[in-house]
Design a protein around this ligand. Sequence first.
Ligand code: PAF
Length: 284
Amino acid sequence: MQIITSKQELLQHMEACQKQHKTVGLVPTMGALHQGHASLVKRAVSENDVCVVSVFINPTQFNNQEDLLKYPRNLERDAELLRSLGVHFVFAPTPEEMYSQQEINSTFHFDFGGLDQVMEGKMRPGHFNGVVQVVSRLFYLVHPTRAYFGEKDYQQLAIIHFMVERSKLKDTFGTLQIIGCPIVREASGLALSSRNERLSDAQKQTALNISKTLFASREWAKTMSVSEVQRQVIDTINAIDGLEVEYYEIVDQSTLLPVKTFDHAIGCVTVYCGEVRLIDNIQY
Ligand code: PAF
């Protein structure tokens, strides 16, 4: 496994792969890897000749500087895990290598067809512009055959599908396949997240009430309306000491617009557990 920090070097390796007609799987990450990332990487390794994992805490997608500063970092441990999974290349650039100073400071604007007007997009202005900025750059550098993303960040996955399949950038990415992979949970039900590293053991116990409530809501959906389930989820989570819901939206799985019935619906939640912002979702 090679750890690459320069764009130029990455491009050279990727050009060599293209010349040899090798399929390339890309897993973009921000590091602090856990078994959720490992599930994406295992799939990318098994489905492609070459697997590239990027480890880059992208400053342009953080609208909260404190969140950026506190984001867990541990490249050595990440590299050890990726080596054990059979990854060929890790791309771990510095922000200065990835972006010009102007790119870091100026706002990148992308038309998301409205997908960014709700939920995470509404709560974290500019977040998805930063995500698309870095993901599109990685796609240009790596030219992957397939790129793998977790369904935990459901809105991010919907936006990346849109970028590759329906936006004006679509011709640039040709036949690139975007592959969404299921949420990986602890035995308790807690969705794995790099941010879980910031939770104390007691907070982890508290946080597992998020997924517990989402699972219960599937039962509630059998007899209650969408707005009743929405209310019940919010009230149940907020009743637990140490948890505070930022939003819980039940939306269409493709348009991300609010729904009146549970057909093709997904419930997406963001909850503060102390200072740590956790997200999860459930398909109905
Ligand atoms: O999901 C993430 O970790 C990030 O948003 C991504 C896709 C690696 C872009 O920085």
